[in-house]
Design a protein around this ligand. Structure first.
Ligand code: KIV
Ligand code: NA
Length: 266
């Protein structure tokens, strides 16, 4: 089975076929979601929160994103793989952005990159698209802007903010991005943006009116304990299963039950 491309994703909007996106950071999760038929795997910088245990995504490095992307590429066969550009890998100047996006493609193996920001990032998006690096935009509640936002809060509630987000969305599309993540914005605004754009929108905390949805896999499975935003739906609660397995193992080691002859070499 051939890997999906950005053309397949673009076509899905035309066909009104919803796009299912999940994050993955390693081989086992990438394999399971790829086999389940996920359309796009996002190697998100949310890895900093849900895997590395930081309070936000700011400390994540380029080398970490490359490492996780390589693992995801080895675990997947059919999904389109997009990798996040980490904080300060593209904001300072366009040359930096090109070099770092190029590393995610060349060293990581990703097919596209995602970066946060609207109008102020349009020239950067264009500069990447111009060297044939496909880009996904990301506007609204952009976690790398945590210090500006003063926390993780819904964006675009006030009318002037909503108008700004529409301008941001248009700028991202105009700059050549092939998809746009809408995070933490009112559902009616996300629906309006989705209607205005020809590229697909991927919502998270942005309501049902988007062309696709994305969730962080650890949130979906109940594997992240720090906070659960309103927009997360927990489809499975695997933490107790993991805890049970670990507790059983500890007990059997302590009691001298494991290993048996079955697990030993003669
Ligand atoms: O890092 C991430 O997981 C993301 C998605 C939530 C869109 O950017
Ligand atoms: Na991200």
């Amino acid at each position: 089975q051939k890997r999906k491309t950005i053309l397949d994703i673009a076509r899905m909007k035309q066909d009104k076929s919803k796009i299912a996106v999940l994050t993955a950071y390693d081989y086992p999760f990438a394999r399971l979601m790829d086999e389940a038929g996920i359309d796009v795997i996002l190697v998100g910088d949310s890895v900093g929160s849900v895997v590395s245990g930081y309070d936000n995504t700011l400390p994540v490095t380029m080398d970490e994103m490359i490492y996780h992307t390589r693992a995801v590429m080895r675990g997947s066969r059919q999904a389109l793989v997009v990798t996040d550009m980490p904080f300060m890998s593209y904001q300072s100047d366009i040359r930096d952005a090109r070099i770092n996006a190029g590393r995610l493609i060349k060293e990581g193996g990703a097919q596209a990159v995602k970066l946060e920001g609207g109008v102020p990032m349009a020239a950067t998006i264009r500069a990447l698209v111009d060297i044939d690096i496909p880009v996904v935009g990301h506007i609204g509640l952009t976690p790398q802007s945590i210090h500006r936002m003063g926390g993780f809060r819904v964006q675009g509630r006030a009318d002037d903010q909503a108008q700004q987000l529409i301008a941001d969305a248009r700028a991202v599309e105009e700059a050549g991005a092939f998809a746009l993540v809408l995070e933490g914005i009112p559902a009616p605004l996300a629906r309006e943006i989705t209607r205005l754009l020809t590229i697909p929108t991927i919502g998270i905390g942005a309501g049902i009116g988007c062309d696709g949805q994305v969730l962080v896999i650890h949130d979906l499975l109940g594997l992240y304990d720090k906070y659960a935003p309103k927009f997360v739906k927990r489809y499975a609660d695997v933490a107790p299963v993991i805890s049970r397995g670990i507790e059983d193992y500890i007990q059997e080691v302590k009691q001298g039950i494991f290993p048996t002859d079955d697990h030993s070499f003669k």
